[in-house]
Write a protein that binds this ligand. Structure first.
Ligand SMILES: Nc1ncnc2c1ncn2[C@@H]1O[C@H](COP(=O)(O)OP(=O)(O)OP(=O)(O)O)[C@@H](O)[C@H]1O
Ligand SMILES: [Mg+2]
Length: 365
């Protein structure tokens, strides 16, 4: 049953392992996991410092969930090794399980029971006595905005409510390390912020967080460091600022009065700025907008003059620092919700940067 696995992977207050000394909460070297003839994780290295948030970003199918399953002892690696606070995920799996909680990309709670019953059962399984379990349940239901729905059976819950309950279940006993696989997918913006606050509070209290997300602004807001994963490997890592700096340039965005002039404007920008302006922008844009990399802000006036000369009237113009979306696109050649090409070799040439951002300060994430 689903909740058995969360409980098994959850922190155990009675037998809670002390984190072993050492500087890494998570250290993974050369992890490999193959399904059939597909290498879902393909030589992945990851280092996470205690008390920080590490964001794992990558397109669909990049290997994020598989990586989390390897790090949380739910899958066994085919090669490579990983430790959680110095405990090996294969040889010392039981010790690792006492140090971690994991909440899945899918709710890991029992359908037929109510929210309160689910949490209380988890709490009891984790060793809390009856009164404590009830107190903690009430607290978590309140914190995740589920107090009113506490006594409804789960089958009547919305996706967002299930997700919150799943997260609450992982937090009954705040563990040294928590793995959150898309903790806020499907949540409304207000609840998402609430979850962010909860994550920040956990980190303040010393928990280390590894999270995957589809929302780049979430990684930007929460993560101390980000690892971009593609085809089962870390292709770039660093602080959000370092990753943005690795893209290295601002973006000029012009909004056209007449959306039919997009092609003309695109050609003008290419000529004046001496850059390639893709017909499809890295970030979704409104009709009638064109974006181009702007290495030298001094060229802005030239651009405006050339557009006027070409008879293109503008309704707006902005210069933006790089966003994580652009970093992501530059590194993977895809948006965060696109599936990878069948073969890495089928990637269009030139999209994948030759040099991968490896910011100074070593390999830590
Ligand atoms: N149990 C499994 N059996 C076979 N193939 C699998 C299994 N789990 C994952 N895969 C494959 O491994 C690859 C990586 O999957 P994974 O779920 O780790 O990706 P992800 O980065 O979490 O993607 P998403 O963003 O969609 O959640 C995919 O091609 C997936 O189809
Ligand atoms: Mg996944």
């Amino acid at each position: 049953m689903a909740w058995e696995h969360t409980a098994r992977a959850g922190a155990h207050p009675a037998g809670m392992r002390r984190p072993r000394g050492g500087q890494w909460a998570v250290a993974a070297r050369g992890l490999v996991k193959t399904f059939g003839d597909h290498r879902a994780v393909n030589g992945l290295d990851l280092y996470v410092r205690p008390g920080t948030v590490c964001g794992l970003l990558g397109p669909n199918g990049a290997g994020k969930t598989t990586t989390i399953r390897l790090l949380t002892t739910l899958l066994r690696p085919d090669a490579g090794s990983a430790q959680i606070f110095g405990y090996d995920v294969v040889k010392e799996a039981a010790a690792v399980r006492r140090l971690i909680a994991v909440t899945g990309q899918y709710a890991t709670v029992d359908e037929s029971l109510t929210a309160a019953e689910n949490l209380t059962i988890f709490a009891r399984l984790l060793g809390l006595d009856r009164a404590e379990a009830r107190r903690r349940t009430a607290q978590l239901l309140e914190e995740f905005g589920l107090a009113e729905a506490a006594h409804r059976p789960l089958k009547h819950f919305s996706g967002g409510m299930r997700r919150r309950l799943d997260l609450a279940a992982g937090l009954i006993v705040p563990p040294p390390v928590i793995f959150l696989d898309e903790p806020t997918t499907g949540l409304d913006p207000r609840t998402r912020r609430q979850v962010w606050d909860t994550i920040r509070r956990l980190v303040q209290e010393g928990t280390t967080v590894v999270l995957t997300t589809q929302y780049l602004e979430e990684a930007d807001a929460l993560a101390d460091r980000i690892a971009v994963i593609d085809h089962g490997r870390v292709v770039a890592q660093g602080t959000p600022a370092e990753l943005k700096a690795s893209v290295g340039r601002a973006t000029l965005r012009v909004r056209l009065q007449d959306p039919r002039q997009v092609e003309t404007a695109r050609r003008v920008l290419e000529a004046v700025l001496d850059v390639r302006v893709p017909a499809a922008a890295p970030v979704p844009q409104e009709a009638g907008e064109v974006t181009a990399p702007l290495a030298d802000a001094g060229r802005l006036l030239d651009v405006l003059a050339a557009l006027r000369q070409a008879g293109v009237d503008l309704t707006g113009i902005t210069v933006q620092e790089p966003t994580l979306d652009e970093v992501f696109f530059a590194l993977t050649g895809r948006g965060v919700n696109e599936t990878p090409a069948e073969e890495p070799a089928a990637q269009p040439a030139g999209r994948r940067p030759a040099a991968v951002a490896q910011p100074s300060g070593g390999e830590s994430v």
